[in-house]
Design a protein around this ligand. Structure first.
Ligand SMILES: O=P(O)(O)O[C@@H]1C[C@H](O)[C@@H](CO)O1
Ligand code: HPA
Length: 296
């Protein structure tokens, strides 16, 4: 399956993390992964330090439009964070251990939390472009067919052989997320729901979308779950959101089809509410440790 050979050793991951610690002089509390077109989250950081993936030894490269390919260290609400502008997808040809390696780097950098986001199609017809779905759970179709990022010898330095996944998305963070959305005045566009990941890069067919609806799926995409599994395995507390950038096609008669440029445009249109929401969530996640921007 090509998904085990050549995996990073613990030593290699440690070397990458040590390089980042040395370069950033920061110990981030929260690792944030930006979905397609959502990299503007990083613009909210105070005193940002940008490190391009090409500068980091042994780090993969972003190949998808809307994923610029850099790590940004800085502070949000006085909480030290690291933002990944450009995730790695299975459909780019990366094995799952490469797709998910940033979560282990976050852990080695000292993060306690993973905040993960994605651009997604809605499957539940209730949800429209511009809505945000706080992930309550997921269906990992790619994993059900064998591509679990934890396949292969267990990395005991990170976690157990058989991690449970019945509570991947922390309930306190989910509750906080819904409360914060309300406080910000966005309660009419925030919902809790179930995300499903397909392998991509083809979008789902109408028959697949109808099957997903029957299975209780609210949003569909091509990412996130592998990262969440590896984050949960190594003990990060996870919060995830889908930004609805396309409305799923449930009828064969409909001629409108998803398109990546539309996905990026819809994601970019969400810049303001997302920035406010992420800032408030990170504040909730963080404690009051002294930070690099000197504001606390
Ligand atoms: O990285 P995410 O999951 O946000 O990106 C979605 C899935 C594909 O990469 C792309 C399709 O438009 O957007
Ligand atoms: O409509 C979609 N389907 C699957 N993946 C996606 N990623 C963004 N939009 C979509």
């Amino acid at each position: 399956m090509g998904d085990v050979e050549g995996r990073y050793t613990y030593k290699q991951l440690k070397e990458i993390a040590d390089f980042l610690k040395e370069t950033s002089k920061m110990e981030p509390k929260v690792g944030i992964i930006c979905g397609s077109g959502l990299g503007t989250i990083a613009d909210a950081l105070v005193d940002p330090l940008v490190i391009n993936y090409s500068q980091i030894p042994n780090f993969p490269r972003s190949t998808v439009k809307g994923h610029s390919g850099s790590l940004v260290f800085g502070c949000l609400s006085c909480v030290p964070v690291v933002v990944m502008k450009g995730r790695f997808h299975f459909y780019e040809g990366y094995p799952m251990w490469k797709v998910t390696m940033p979560c282990r780097i976050f852990k080695l950098l000292g993060c306690s939390y993973l905040f993960v986001s994605n651009a997604a199609g809605s499957i539940n017809p209730k949800y429209k472009v511009g809505d945000i779905i706080v992930l309550r759970d997921h269906i990992y179709y790619v994993g059900l067919s064998g591509y679990n990022p934890l396949r292969g010898p267990n990395e005991w330095e990170f976690g157990p052989r058989f991690p449970p996944t019945s509570n991947c998305y922390d309930v306190d963070l989910r509750k906080a997320g819904m409360r914060i959305a309300k406080e910000l005045g966005y309660e009419d566009r925030f919902y809790e729901g179930v995300y499903a990941a397909l392998a991509g890069p083809s979008y789902e067919s109408v028959a697949e979308a109808r099957m997903l609806l029957k299975c209780g799926v609210d949003s569909v995409g091509m990412s996130t779950i592998p990262e969440v599994l590896v984050a949960v395995h190594c003990g990060l507390t996870v919060f995830g959101i889908s930004i609805v950038t396309e409305e799923g096609n449930l009828e064969w008669a409909v001629t409108k089809v998803p398109n990546h440029l539309e996905v990026l445009a819809a994601a970019q249109a969400m810049e303001k509410p997302l920035r406010e929401f992420v800032t408030a969530m990170v504040k909730f996640m963080g404690n009051k440790k002294p930070c690099r921007c000197g504001c606390c």
